[in-house]
Write a protein that binds this ligand. Structure first.
Ligand SMILES: Cc1cc2nc3c(=O)[nH]c(=O)nc-3n(C[C@H](O)[C@H](O)[C@H](O)COP(=O)(O)OP(=O)(O)OC[C@H]3O[C@@H](n4cnc5c(N)ncnc54)[C@H](O)[C@@H]3O)c2cc1C
Length: 453
């Protein structure tokens, strides 16, 4: 045992993911260094947890051991010649962006919130608005170190233990605890995005605009009004973005092109009563969004562009005690137009529809359990209500008929049978997982539910 470590104990706590459901009793450990982590060797039912921003149950386990990684949050080294950053896995993307953007470097891939840890971003192999051009987070990992529950330490990169890296990116924490990562950063000259937003009147128009133009742009994403009916069905707003250059700035802005501007942050202090988010309120919110987003072009600050929801801390409390979920699925290119329409059709019959719907084109995936494949992904938010999971199971069938899959980082209710039909590399992943964790000590509520452990 390392001289600096001390014996430490867990504390009992009720934990959930970002969706607030399920809420489970866990034994929570807070290691501060690798030596602390090594004391947890041989414990059964261990799962590492980042910032708890996955929506469902991948970073909790009923009566098991949840390891908070936030104490292992040091930036270790930065090579400015190659743009390589080495850090501990508990560092958040916010820590990295805040420090490096003003120096002209940013993460090449970032999800829609910066409050996730590097370990969580790797374990879910997260994607951003530029997936069609840049790929997922794992494309930019140069190396990781993994701690297996039996105490073995493994270095993984493209040359050494590459298969274990492929099983870990998207492997939802079940192949080992990621201790450190070396990430390729991207050079920027301006901390802004040139954004264009265009209203579209139908799903067909949205998909054609994305297919025609998104290869020309670094970033693309679309908002879809899931509550619109009749002639307005399928309407939405398509956003394209590109990294701004010095010549996009006015004289004043050129004085400090890399100045990182933090939008004002508000905090939602309490959970709102669930009934406040009635179908009428959801409809009104979507209509307002449509009305306020006419065609426009201009410069947007990086954080406003990448992390619009981060400005309202604890925004998940809007959904009240009952919580919410996001159903994010992807369909391959050739199946997407009819498949997406079939899903949206089912959703339109569900009371209240989806509170928020986002659509994007994606490129090829990487890891064995990574979510992306070339096609269209749609993310649909729903308040948790009786009958919702029946609808989502129907959607699973449509997704499978169209050779698609759902995203595990957002899931809280998929069945093992559906998982097998969606993730075809699962058998290979299982073999590698068994090599990494022969004693099956790593387990989460997600892994139990999906019969992964
Ligand atoms: C507002 C919002 C927007 C989002 N937008 C996107 C998006 O655009 N694209 C996208 O891909 N995702 C998105 N997500 C999902 C989010 O990026 C992922 O769920 C991510 O995994 C959360 O990271 P975390 O640090 O909170 O990890 P947690 O939620 O705590 O854990 C997630 C998984 O990572 C594992 N894990 C965590 N740390 C480690 C470690 N050190 N070693 C091994 N395993 C570990 C856990 O065991 C668990 O399986 C969004 C989430 C929110 C709340």
């Amino acid at each position: 045992m390392n001289a600096t470590s001390t014996v430490f104990a867990p504390r009992p706590e009720l934990l959930s993911g970002w969706g607030g459901h399920p809420l489970l009793p866990c034994n929570v450990w807070s290691p501060r260094n690798t030596a602390d982590l090594q004391q947890l060797e041989q414990l059964p039912d261990i799962i590492p947890r980042g910032e708890g921003r996955s929506y469902g149950d991948p970073s909790i386990i009923c009566d098991g051991n949840v390891i908070l990684m936030s104490g292992l949050n040091r930036l270790l080294a930065f090579d400015p010649d190659q743009g390589l950053l080495q850090c501990q896995a508990g560092v958040t993307l916010a820590d990295i962006q805040d420090k490096f953007i003003p120096q002209g470097w940013m993460l090449p891939v970032t999800p829609g919130t910066r409050f996730v840890q590097v370990g969580g971003a790797i374990a879910a192999d997260v994607h951003g608005k530029n997936h069609h051009r840049t790929g997922a987070f794992s494309n930019w990992i140069r190396e990781i170190t993994l701690l297996h529950p039996d105490g073995r330490m493994l270095t993984c990169n493209q040359q050494v233990n590459r298969e274990q890296l492929l099983a870990t990116a998207g492997g939802m924490g079940l192949t080992g605890i990621i201790l450190t990562a070396t990430l390729q950063m991207k050079r920027i000259t301006v901390a802004r995005i040139r954004q264009r937003q265009t209203r579209v009147k139908s799903l067909e128009e949205m998909l054609s605009l994305l297919a025609a133009e998104d290869e020309q742009h670094e970033y693309s994403v679309a908002w879809l009004d899931c509550t619109a009916t009749g002639n307005s069905w399928g309407r939405g707003v398509v956003f394209f973005g590109d990294d701004a250059q010095l010549n996009d700035l006015n004289e004043h802005q050129r004085l400090e092109p890399l100045q990182l501007r933090h939008p004002r942050e508000l905090n939602l202090p309490w959970r709102m009563p669930s009934r406040l988010l009635s179908p009428a309120v959801i409809h009104a919110f979507n209509s307002l969004y449509w009305r306020t987003h006419s065609d426009r072009e201009g410069l947007v600050d990086l954080y406003t562009f990448f992390y619009p929801l981060d400005s309202l801390r604890n925004w998940n409390r809007i959904y009240g005690k009952a919580g919410f979920t996001q159903y994010q699925f992807i369909l391959p290119e050739q199946r997407c137009e009819s498949g997406v329409a079939d899903v949206l059709e089912q959703v339109s019959h569900y009371r209240g529809g989806s509170s928020l719907a986002v659509l994007k084109r994606m490129g090829a995936g990487n890891g064995l359990l990574s979510f992306p494949l070339p096609g269209i992904t749609v993310a649909l938010d729903f308040p948790l209500r009786p009958g919702l999971f029946d609808l989502l199971t129907k959607l699973d069938d449509i997704v499978i008929q169209n050779q698609g899959r759902v995203y595990l980082a957002k899931d809280m209710r998929l069945s093992p049978r559906h998982l097998e039909e969606m993730y075809h590399e699962l058998p290979r992943w299982r073999v590698l997982r068994d090599q990494c964790d022969p004693g099956r000590q790593l387990a989460s509520s997600l892994s139990r539910r999906l019969e992964l452990t």
